[in-house]
Ligand binder design. Structure first.
Ligand code: ZN
Length: 589
């Protein structure tokens, strides 16, 4: 505020709830003439103008929600200089009526809200923001320009300064730490059960459950409602009327739980949200912090819990591959996609780290912090140290053997496949099924093998060649392989896989007696009958048992089931995946 009042340009990066709008509203009252506020969000404009008007500040907005008559009324008042603040959508800056207005009234300050929209690296790139600098240049007198955003990495900050043509701006990055928020990442075996439990523990409290897709919103919301939870749904596929109704129900506490995609929340101002649970991992840490940050705006203690599973990465990749904007050229899209993948890596790192979660977040946003916050799942969690010397030796020797056999290094995926005894065509083509390390870790899930491998990389036993993404042993690998060095891995006690899970696979025995297995047997029997072949030709008992144990949700996961190759996956995958999904939906009740 001091900087703005003394005539300096400003870039303010502060999170939602950090007092951003006050930073331009108060100077607007003190400066002569009018302050223009560029904002992309109609709902936010409405809310702010309503709040300002209620406080006796003359303010109005110009956007597509106004009728012709209302627009004329606002313009005529504006020409008379009646307003201290005028909110405007970026597309309107170029209109002739508005240009005429700007020639007549004196503009002291131009505030750009959600300024990250100007950068293609930001998560909500809006090309209309690129017109702001040209608009400022055409004004008879240049006002102070102040840009604000809740999410901007260093690169986005540079973009904002450059593209808005800010002049030697005062830069403030502040307030990212939200000490009242408790952060945690959980890895439940069954997300729906875990979610029900979390919500039961918070009965009567208001919260948001974010899902990655519309169909997940439908599924989760229906399941919660059946359990008697007062839940509402929200996603872009709903009729306007229902969306508004559900939003109101949540806003006024008629429904305490909102199950939504990321379409929900922009411009929502509900202070008593006491938990935000992510049912899926979002595609970036910016998105996560913005969504999680909707909890605890009243300053009360609140929980931000992310339910993570390896399948989330598959979903996120799908969304990146299919999420291009039509406003961008193919080259621009490729650049954005590459950035999206980098962001996804950072997000995945948050889910896997054993370090302080708050520290991980603050590092990313460039704010300093102490070593341990004591208010996150990782700081409070109990740790056990696991001796992973034997599996480490298996992995390291597999990496060495594969390289000896082929004469070159390969990526992590192929190593995991070899260790787990996969029948993938590529493994067979390269004759890697003849290696002594082939199938050594068939009892472990692919996710677990990858986790061990990631740890070995982190500890410097393996390194990834950045040019080819291939895995290479380092000098330290020899210490563990040949010189008896012990490899110890710290793990959160609640994430240690139960021993029976590791021992029972592939399940020919007791694990196989589940209800799901019976369902899968029925499906197999029907298929066998239809195709007139013995049941084991469709899938062996061992394959069915493994399928029941893994309960895959995607075709990719289906391929992880032992005894499932590409041909069978293509032929039967859809039918079995549907049976599993139906079974899981039912067992939720
Ligand atoms: Zn912590």
């Amino acid at each position: 505020m001091d900087a703005i009042l003394s005539g300096r340009d400003v870039l303010g990066v502060m999170p939602t709830g950090g007092g951003k709008s006050m930073c331009y509203q108060i100077p607007a009252l003190l400066l002569p003439g009018v302050t223009l506020v560029v904002s992309p969000l109609i709902s936010l404009m409405k809310d702010q103008v309503a709040a300002l008007t209620a406080a006796g500040v003359p303010a109005a907005f110009l956007n597509s929600s106004l009728s012709g008559e209302e627009l004329r009324a606002v313009y005529s008042q504006a020409h008379r200089g009646s307003y201290k603040l005028l909110y405007i959508a970026p597309e309107r800056l170029e209109g002739e009526g508005f240009a005429a207005l700007t020639r007549q009234v004196s503009i002291s300050l131009l505030a750009v809200d959600e300024a990250h929209c100007i950068s293609q690296w930001g998560q909500d790139f809006r090309p209309s923001y690129r017109k702001i600098a040209g608009f400022v240049a055409r004004l008879p007198r240049r006002p102070v320009v102040a840009a604000f955003t809740a999410t901007a990495t260093g690169q986005v900050q540079e973009d904002i300064i450059r593209l808005l043509e800010l002049r030697d701006p005062v830069r403030e990055v502040t307030g990212f730490d939200r000490p009242n928020l408790f952060f945690d990442v959980r890895r439940p075996k069954n997300k729906m059960n875990a979610l029900s439990q979390l919500i039961r523990e918070r009965t009567g409290r208001s919260g948001i459950v974010y899902c990655a897709t519309r169909s997940a919103v439908e599924r989760v919301c229906a399941a919660l409602q059946e359990q008697g939870v007062p839940a509402a749904r929200y996603h872009a596929g709903l009729e306007d009327g229902e969306r508004r109704q559900n939003q109101d129900d949540f806003q006024f506490d008629r429904k305490t739980v909102m199950v939504a995609t990321n379409a929900f929340g922009m411009g929502i101002d509900k202070s008593n949200v006491s938990f935000v649970i992510h049912y899926n991992m979002p595609k970036s840490l910016e998105a996560y912090y913005q969504e999680a940050g909707r909890a605890g705006r009243d300053g009360e203690e609140a929980d931000c819990i992310l339910l993570y599973s390896a399948g989330d990465i598959t979903t996120a990749r799908f969304l990146i591959e299919n999420g291009g904007s039509e406003e961008l050229s193919p080259e621009e899209q490729a650049v954005v996609r590459r950035r999206d993948y980098e962001r996804l890596n950072v997000m995945t790192g948050y889910c896997k780290t054993t370090g302080c979660l708050r520290g991980y977040l603050l590092d990313y946003f460039g704010q300093e912090h102490g070593a341990r916050c004591r208010n996150c799942g990782n700081c409070q969690g109990e740790y056990v140290t696991e001796d992973i010397t034997v599996p480490a030796q298996m992995i390291l020797s597999c990496v060495v053997r594969v390289r000896e056999r082929l004469g070159y290094s390969v990526g992590k995926t192929l190593i995991v496949q070899v260790l787990r005894g996969s029948r993938e065509q590529r493994v067979l083509d390269l004759k890697l099924d003849g290696l002594s390390t082939y199938g050594l870790m068939h009892r472990l899930s692919a996710a677990r093998v990858r986790e061990l491998m990631d740890f070995l990389e982190l500890e410097g036993y393996l390194r990834v060649n950045p040019a080819h993404s291939t895995l290479e042993p380092t000098g330290r690998a020899g210490e563990a392989l040949f010189h008896g060095e012990k490899v110890l891995m710290p793990m959160r006690a609640d994430r240690v896989p139960p021993p029976e899970e590791e021992r029972a696979r592939p399940a020919a025995g007791p694990v196989g007696q589940s209800g799901l297995l019976a369902v899968l047997r029925d499906v197999r029997a029907r298929l066998a009958q239809k195709e007139n072949v013995p049941a084991y030709i469709v899938f062996s008992n061992a394959a069915l048992a493994d399928m029941a144990a893994k309960a895959p949700r995607t075709l990719e996961e289906f391929l992880e089931v032992s005894g499932v190759g590409r041909v069978k996956a293509a032929r039967y995958g859809g039918i079995f995946l549907k049976a599993i999904a139906d079974y899981e939906a039912k067992s939720v009740r």
